[in-house]
Design a protein around this ligand. Sequence first.
Ligand SMILES: CC(C)(COP(=O)(O)OP(=O)(O)OC[C@H]1O[C@@H](n2cnc3c(N)ncnc32)[C@H](O)[C@@H]1OP(=O)(O)O)[C@@H](O)C(=O)NCCC(=O)NCCS
Length: 216
Amino acid sequence: MSDSAAETALLAQMERLAPPAVRLGCRLIRAGDEALLLPEEAVALPARRLVARRASGAARALARGLLAAEGMTSVAIGRGPAGDPLWPAGFAGSLAHDDEMAVAAVARKADIASLGIDVEPAEPLPDEIAALAVMPGDVLEGVHPRLAARLLFSAKEAVYKAAYPLDGEILGYEHIGVDLARGEAVTARGRRMRLSFCLLPRIVVLAVAEDQPASR
Ligand SMILES: CC(C)(COP(=O)(O)OP(=O)(O)OC[C@H]1O[C@@H](n2cnc3c(N)ncnc32)[C@H](O)[C@@H]1OP(=O)(O)O)[C@@H](O)C(=O)NCCC(=O)NCCS
């Protein structure tokens, strides 16, 4: 499959996940994507390995494209001290990448208080990672057992990315309860998220905070 066919196939699935207010994108990570980082973005990642800068370049270029579609052009997406991407005023967003694919999500805060995205290969999660990520209260029903633990792991990462800008807390897997059957998650401090996801051609999870959006 060509690069663009792989992107088109995933984007078609991702677009079924998003509420109308959310813009989503995906990009296969290519050699040279590190050059897509704007200078002010690159200085926030100086010590990182090439592979990490390449993935960040792909994700940031995607996100800048999504922001441009909202009328925000030439906006650098910085990086906070906890690794959180810094969005222009009035916008919420999230980035993720696995070894091959970068994804991004953007929305206006007037519509959505915060969101988080994650991408994972559609492969079973190693047992030792599942043992860390899956908690007794988590609900995995309704998802094929081959991918359920990987999906749950991905959902917790997406929820963390959505919760961090609101609460400024580093969360562990034990601080996030996920119900895959209901498409819901809640953090230890009671913040509720709606989850939507696809499993193929890759796992992508979108977490949207249920808070009242900021007033326009
Ligand atoms: C965010 C995190 C969970 C995901 O990391 P990962 O699986 O290695 O990488 P992903 O591709 O899925 O996501 C990376 C992106 O997450 C975003 N991110 C990182 N920290 C973030 C934070 N605190 N809040 C929101 N988004 C964050 C960044 O945009 C990053 O991409 P970039 O470095 O190119 O800007 C991890 O980096 C982290 O910070 N972990 C600490 C807390 C933790 O692990 N808790 C258990 C899971 S809930």
